[in-house]
Design a protein around this ligand. Structure first.
Ligand SMILES: *Cc1c(COP(=O)(O)O)cnc(C)c1O
Length: 421
């Protein structure tokens, strides 16, 4: 459920009419609903009620400081994958003890930064990383709390680019080698092994792969405990999918996922962490855009928008579907026409949808891409020298620009021409 609804035929974000935002900020622009964001965070928090747990928002899904601040005030932890994300989380008021650090390529300076600033745990993904982290911790005279990310070799049944739990993926250590790696970790004095981490992929719409992975983690917990390790924390990753297409059967709910967690690992007495990203912010944001032209092709109608692949890359990158809706509702029974929805960028990959059934539209009309809050603005670029897309946060009847659109001068002045040119 989200808070983007039609009122008197006009699409609103909470109590704000989207045309008002377009008029004031211009298009394209991302618009987030605070109420939806907090609602989705709380659904995860409630899904684990009664268990010792922490919801660590995977902030790579959307990392604007205002969004992080909203979640920080809800008590969220953060899952970060870079020094930049760590800095953002801290700047938004998230204490170090609520931050977990994931990623296959943590650098020495990132380790140093998190160890000195405070960190809940590193989710270590390889033996070389383990060795380096140990050395960095010893050099600072501290002990680094770690889990080891295991790769359970489970097929998440999602898009290949976002599946992470098969043995051919770069993530984690093979679960079959876990005992050996844990034994090695226990010998390193700069590390404190606190638990196990697993994350098998993103946009999962079936609970079975989660269940399979968590069952393997539960077995491993027993094995490692028998080996003498004090396994007291399980980080179970993120990945629950969102309904991108209205009318399709919706994916399982956070509470259903929570039940799988209770079933599979509830008896172990471990502290539970989860790292949802997409489901917290995905349906809390949309991309608002304006029609530039309607162009009649050879047997095709092109809807040319002022948003492009540089603003929302998911359709080009993941063949992703986003519902595209007119901001001003068309009358009941208005016949729809198949349109190819495209942006102005100079490549054919800049296509949001082909043959999408839409009501008749004219230049100047506004459209909204639904479910664009996750992996939207964070993946935007300035390709074709289109200034970085701005972001707006709505709360009830008020809204604020939370990232301004750069002017052409601001964009150009980030570059420097060397004196010798
Ligand atoms: C991307 C990622 C997540 C979040 O996945 P979602 O599908 O957005 O919930 C969680 N944990 C790790 C380690 C990730 O890389």
């Amino acid at each position: 459920m989200d808070h983007f609804l039609y009122r008197n035929g006009i699409l609103h974000a909470e109590d704000v009419a989207l045309p008002d935002i377009a008029a004031q900020v211009g298009t394209p622009v991302y618009v987030y609903s605070r109420a939806t964001l907090t609602r989705h965070f709380r659904l995860f928090d409630q899904a684990l009620a009664g268990m010792d747990h922490l919801v660590c928002y995977a902030m790579k899904a959307a990392s604007n400081q205002a969004l992080l601040a909203v979640l920080a005030r809800e008590g969220a932890g953060m899952d970060v994958v870079s020094g930049g994300e760590y800095a953002r989380a801290r700047a938004a008021g998230v204490p170090g003890e609520r931050i977990v650090f994931s990623g296959v390529g943590k650098t020495e300076s990132e380790m140093r930064m998190a160890l000195m600033g405070g960190i809940r745990q590193f989710n270590v993904e390889s033996e070389p990383e383990m060795a380096l982290l140990n050395a960095v911790a010893l050099s600072l005279g501290v002990v680094a709390p770690i889990t080891i990310r295991v790769n359970p070799d489970v097929d998440a049944k999602t898009h290949a680019k976002i599946a992470t739990g098969k043995s051919e993926n770069k993530f984690g250590i093979p679960i079959a080698r876990a005992r050996q790696v844990y034994a090695e970790a226990a010998r390193l004095r700069g590390l404190d092994v606190v638990g196990i981490d697993v994350h098998i992929g993103s946009q999962l719409t079936d609970l079975a792969p989660f269940r399979m992975a968590y069952r393997k983690v539960a077995e491993l917990t027993e094995t490692l405990r028998a080996d003498g390790h004090n396994i007291r924390r399980l980080d179970l990753g993120g990945g629950l999918g969102i309904p991108y297409t209205r009318g399709n059967e919706p994916p399982p709910l956070p509470v259903d996922w929570g039940q799988v967690i209770r079933d599979e690992v509830g008896h172990l007495g471990c502290q539970i962490e989860i790292e949802p990203g997409r489901l917290i912010v995905g349906n809390a944001g949309l991309l608002l855009s304006q029609v530039i032209y309607i162009k009649e092709g050879e047997g095709r109608h092109f809807l040319i928008l002022d948003a492009a692949m540089n603003d929302l890359i998911r359709p080009a990158m993941y063949d992703a579907h986003h519902d595209i809706v007119p901001v001003v509702e068309s009358g009941l029974g208005t016949p729809e026409v198949p349109m190819d929805v495209v942006g102005p960028v100079c490549e054919s990959g800049d296509t949001f949808a082909r043959g999408r059934m839409l009501p008749p539209m004219a230049s100047g009309d506004l459209v909204a891409f639904r479910s664009a809050g996750a992996y939207g603005a964070v993946m935007a670029s300035e390709y074709n020298s289109r200034p970085l897309v701005p972001e707006v946060l709505v709360d009830g009847d008020q809204f604020a620009v939370i990232r301004a659109r750069p002017t052409f001068d601001e964009m150009i002045n980030r570059d420097t021409i060397p004196g010798w040119v």
